[in-house]
Design a protein around this ligand. Structure first.
Ligand code: NAD
Ligand code: MG
Length: 413
């Protein structure tokens, strides 16, 4: 570890109580982050500047009171009254609306966890980067949609970017930034998700409840579906290509069902460095919070004798077209990754609602990608324009055309 972030910048000084914010604090990563903060001393050790959520006002209020946060913000204005009431007399300021979430992200802090799900996290992630905080980035969609623009925002803000996604956090730990030319390849591991061993015919019939059951990780609904389709790995290939100076042809995907090896970096002398750990996001979160030091994390210790064996296999691009689509999007560049992400978000929501079948998710994304072109994205507004146009187009298509014998709706293609 060179003591520098991937963008070559230095960590913020650590005098007194560090000011921290958690964007998306009520979600899976958010709750794990608060757990790590509590383990490190909670409100005694940190000045919690802001906690944010979408609509879970009561849960957010309880967190804000426990961590003595300065403010709590819900993105959904309809949740404001509940939040305000739940915070009454606590001294925590309440606010609502997407702009208020963005303002919370911009409120001066040394460390910001960006853990909102989807493109809704774009503006808040940018706000955190621009103010010069160390951004612990779980919201991979920001890097997928706005890669270089986001890295520019981190650089201009003078802060640092630490990837929290377990694979990228693993690569960050194994990547020798003093010798980038000695790095031959990155090996991203993938659990393969709940349908790893299913045929396409079986996948066609899978319900949201089946797709939500991840074998190793407990996560939010969107990323759980992304794991089942392997669009999560598709987003992560793009994320890795943005974060590390390695061309996409040398970013490999390796299926590893146990999720113990979180990813690897291969060097020209044949060495392969891996980071291992129990599948628990509190390890990468603690790494991001402590960086460049290592702090303790309240996680189970890895017992390889107990696990006994680790398996690896090549991904099947026929059954999981997401991986091919990610490479096509990266090769096309410009708006293509943004379009891939937007179409996937719409498709996942439609699948969860029962409007389309499981295999329709990739079909919808493939269609959007074919139309995306390679338009250049020069600013965040360009990214948002593409995101919205693709969403509108996909929403129109994500309606059931016919219900098959098993009741799985399928999209008009
Ligand atoms: P989640 O659904 O459990 O939580 C999402 C959080 O974002 C919640 O606090 C929710 O209230 C908030 N939110 C949702 N919509 C919002 C909106 N429109 N505006 C503002 N806030 C909104 O999701 P998660 O599993 O915690 O994932 C969060 C991010 O971290 C995603 O980008 C995901 O890909 C990434 N990630 C998650 C994991 C994991 O283990 N859960 C692992 C790696 C990366
Ligand atoms: Mg991951």
């Amino acid at each position: 570890m060179s003591g520098h972030s991937p963008n070559g910048l230095r960590p913020a000084p650590r005098d007194g109580r560090r000011r921290v914010s958690v964007l998306g604090s009520t979600g899976s990563i958010g709750v794990n982050t608060l757990d790590v903060l509590a383990d490190q001393g909670g409100a005694e050790a940190f000045e919690v500047v802001a906690l944010t959520a979408n609509g879970a006002a009561e849960k957010l209020a309880a967190q804000a009171i426990r961590f003595k946060a300065q403010r709590a913000v819900v993105a959904d204005p309809a949740a404001y009254r509940t939040l305000k009431d739940a915070l009454s007399g606590s001294g925590v300021e309440a606010a609502a609306g997407p702009e208020a979430v963005e303002e919370a992200a911009a409120a001066p802090a040394e460390w910001v966890m960006a853990a909102i799900v989807g493109a809704a996290g774009l503006r808040p992630s940018f706000a955190a980067a621009r103010q010069g905080a160390t951004v612990a980035l779980a919201n991979k969609e920001t890097l997928v949609c706005a890669g270089d623009l986001f890295l520019d925002a981190v650089r201009d803000g003078g802060g640092a970017l630490i990837p929290v996604d377990s694979e990228h956090n693993a690569i960050f730990q194994c990547f020798d930034r003093a010798q980038t030319s000695a790095v031959e390849r990155i090996i991203l591991t993938a659990s393969g998700g709940p349908f790893r061993a299913r045929t396409r015919a079986e996948m066609a019939e899978m319900t949201p409840a089946q797709a939500l059951k991840h074998p190793n990780w407990s996560m939010g609904a969107k990323i759980s579906i992304d794991s089942a389709t392997m669009f999560n790995k598709a987003l992560e290939v793009i994320e890795a290509a943005r974060l590390f100076p390695v061309p996409q042809e040398r970013i490999e995907v390796l299926v590893h069902p146990q999720s113990i090896v979180h990813s690897m970096v291969g060097y020209r002398d044949g060495s392969v460095l891996a980071q291992l750990g129990a599948p628990d996001m509190r390890t990468p979160i603690a790494f991001a919070l402590g960086w460049p030091e290592r702090i303790s994390a309240p996680v189970a210790r890895l017992d390889l004798a107990e696990i006994g064996r680790l398996d690896f296999e090549r991904p099947d691009l026929e059954r999981f077209p997401a991986l091919r689509l990610a490479r096509e999007a990266l090769a096309a560049g410009g708006a293509a990754p943004t379009a891939l992400n937007a179409a996937n978000e719409v498709a996942v929501a439609a699948f969860l609602d029962g409007r389309i079948g499981f295999l329709d998710i990739a079909r919808l994304v493939e269609g959007a990608l074919a139309e995306a072109g390679d338009r250049r994205l020069d600013c965040l507004a360009d990214v948002e324009a593409v995101d919205q146009a693709v969403r509108a187009a996909c929403l129109g298509r994500a309606t059931p055309r016919a219900r098959g014998a098993a009741g799985a709706p399928s999209i008009a293609s």
